[in-house]
Design a protein around this ligand. Structure first.
Ligand code: SF4
Length: 293
């Protein structure tokens, strides 16, 4: 298999077959991110992609879901994605789903009819690192799009029937901003149909712009309890039926919930943690984290 650079997949794709379609990120300007700092974006040549499919066919001929690696393979244009989807079918006849990371920017250049065609060819399950739905936070984090962009572009995915997942990041608003961020993000997310929402919590790494802003006092990090309160606020304000996973390593206290059914239980669970664990114990946990995932 051809794997170069950093190969990263979300925890919920653990059962998918992984194949490299791209490496690196087309954007690279999010101020909290150090994931692909030393890599340029590159599309795997079709010969490499096909050779990997042939290898997968030898070992997992019945694979039903594959995950394309890279920060945003959905940046490939319609024709390229179409070619890759059809080529997957040539090798893996039982594959129903081709999932990958996508940025809001990657959806902009695609028409709804193209998205519908891609969906029909098996492209489904886009992980979108929205991080927030609040314009001030999106701007400060350097995401390069607005809440309205998220609404418009994900509305196109809804129209095309493409399933997508949001990533939300607690702490990204900085000290004092978590509550507003959670309320505004919940409002935006509730106007769309994310199949689930995955929650990470900001960890400031020294090779990021946000860390340097912290050093200059331009960004003041939120405390750990504020982040739990932010997560609790997000859960309280989401008005859609969706799953929420806040169980990655970056979360001090891992929770998952099917909303709205388990809302009250998870809200009280988080309250118990806030009431019984000290800020220092939570901060100590974060100091031990080594990467964004
Ligand atoms: S968060 Fe995602 S889009 Fe932003 S720079 Fe990192 S990999 Fe690229």
């Amino acid at each position: 298999m051809h794997f170069a650079g950093r190969t990263w997949r979300p925890p919920y794709e653990a059962h998918s077959v992984i194949i490299q379609a791209t490496t690196g990120c087309t954007y690279g300007k999010c101020r909290f991110c150090n994931l692909y700092k030393d890599e340029c974006f590159r599309m795997s040549p079709m010969e490499e992609f096909e050779a990997d499919l042939a290898e997968i066919k030898m070992y997992q001929p019945d694979a039903r879901r594959i995950f394309l690696t890279g920060a945003n393979p959905f940046a490939m244009n319609y024709e390229n994605l179409k070619l890759r989807a059809l080529t997957v079918r040539d090798y893996l006849i039982k594959c129903r789903t081709i999932a990958m990371f996508a940025s809001i920017r990657d959806i902009k250049d695609k028409e709804v009819w193209q998205l519908k065609k891609l969906r029909a060819m098996g492209i489904n399950g886009l992980s979108i690192g929205t991080e927030s739905g609040d314009d001030d936070v999106l701007l400060q984090a350097g995401k390069g799009y607005t809440a309205d962009d998220i609404r418009r572009q994900c509305g196109k995915l809804d129209e095309a029937g493409i399933e997508y997942y949001f990533v939300y990041m607690t702490g990204l608003a900085g000290k004092g901003g978590g509550y507003r961020n959670a309320v505004n993000s919940a409002k935006l997310f509730s106007s769309l149909n994310p199949y689930f929402i995955s929650v990470d919590s900001l960890t400031l790494f020294p090779d990021t712009e946000l860390y340097r802003m912290g050093q200059r006092g331009v960004f003041i990090p939120a405390g750990e309890k504020e982040r739990l309160l932010e997560l609790q606020t997000l859960i309280k304000n989401l008005e859609i039926r969706t799953h929420l996973f806040a169980d990655s390593a970056s979360n001090f206290y891992p929770v998952t919930a099917y909303l709205p059914k388990e809302r009250e239980f998870v809200v009280s669970e988080l309250q118990y943690v806030m009431d019984t664990v000290s800020e220092e114990e939570m901060a100590e946990y974060r100091r031990g984290l080594k990467s964004l995932g």
